[in-house]
Design a protein around this ligand. Structure first.
Ligand code: ADP
Length: 254
């Protein structure tokens, strides 16, 4: 039965690039408003292609996609642009605008929505400070490190509190602490109602932030429950760090 309440719905979607082999086959799933999913699978499985279909950069070659309750085939150019304004996207290659300052990159989505300049000043300033770029507002993105550019790309994607946030390996260039901080930002955004899809290989994040998974294998998609929490010998083998206080409590260390 059709799920009219889904924010995103794929029915038997297939995708091939210009005459090549099909890279997504019979993909069906739906995302409820306010849900949070990780998109995982080996390199080449089709994760970026699936994200491209979601942000309307590509059309499927088979099946049907509906977004925000509308069949995307029915959308004209203006409708597609409006729909994209309700999405925040963190691209793997950031896609920052090199001729705009750090501040103006983040302000742009708000300016497109004609937000008052005082509000823009406040929201962009707060967000840049929070992601640790407060000192770099006037800088050109090209002068930032890879990790700083990634934080900028995330700030730009979340500044309008999008209805749908799509992110492709958004913590891939960040150290562990900053990665966690930004994952908490996504959690907060999700609590405010944003539907989230994050493509990641990072098993630590998958085990720590326990959201259901969309798992792609050679272009086929399965929906799976959250990854099990990471505990026990695997963690100890790969991360030889002292256990945290709460894990040793009551064990009578001497
Ligand atoms: P992932 O993000 O999981 O690594 P991709 O969606 O990037 O996977 O790629 C899935 C398949 O589609 C791969 O075989 C890749 O070579 C192919 N592919 C991706 N982008 C293009 C493109 N623009 N043109 C042709 N083939 C592509």
């Amino acid at each position: 039965m059709a799920d009219e309440t889904a924010l995103v719905r794929f029915d038997d979607v297939g995708m091939r690039y210009d005459g090549g082999a099909e890279v997504l086959h019979g993909v069906s799933f739906s995302l409820a408003p306010g849900s949070y999913h990780f998109l995982t699978g080996p390199s080449g499985a089709g994760k970026s292609t699936l994200l491209r279909l979601l942000y309307l950069a590509q059309r499927p070659t088979a099946g049907q996609i509906s977004l925000f309750g509308r069949d995307v085939r029915d959308l004209g150019r203006a409708d597609r642009a409006r729909m994209r304004q309700r999405m925040g996207v963190v691209f793997q290659d950031f896609r920052l605008l090199p001729h705009l300052s750090v501040f103006d990159n983040v302000a742009l989505p708000l300016r497109i929505l004609k937000a008052p300049e005082a509000e823009i000043r406040r929201d962009v300033g707060e967000l840049l400070a929070w992601v640790g770029l407060g000192e770099h507002e006037a800088a050109s993105p090209a002068t930032l490190s890879g990790g700083q550019q990634q934080r900028l790309a995330i700030a730009r994607a979340v500044v309008v509190r999008p209805r749908l946030l799509l992110a492709d390996e958004p913590t891939g260039n960040l150290d562990a602490e900053m990665g966690l901080k930004l994952m908490h930002l996504f959690e907060e955004l999700n609590k405010l109602g944003t539907t989230i899809v994050i493509a990641t290989h990072d098993t630590t994040l998958l085990a720590r932030f326990r959201h259901p998974r969309l798992v792609l294998t050679e272009g086929r998609l399965k929906t799976m429950p959250p990854a099990p929490p990471s505990r026990g010998p695997v963690v100890q083998r790969t991360a030889p760090v002292a256990p945290r206080a709460e894990e040793t409590r009551g064990e009578g260390r001497s």
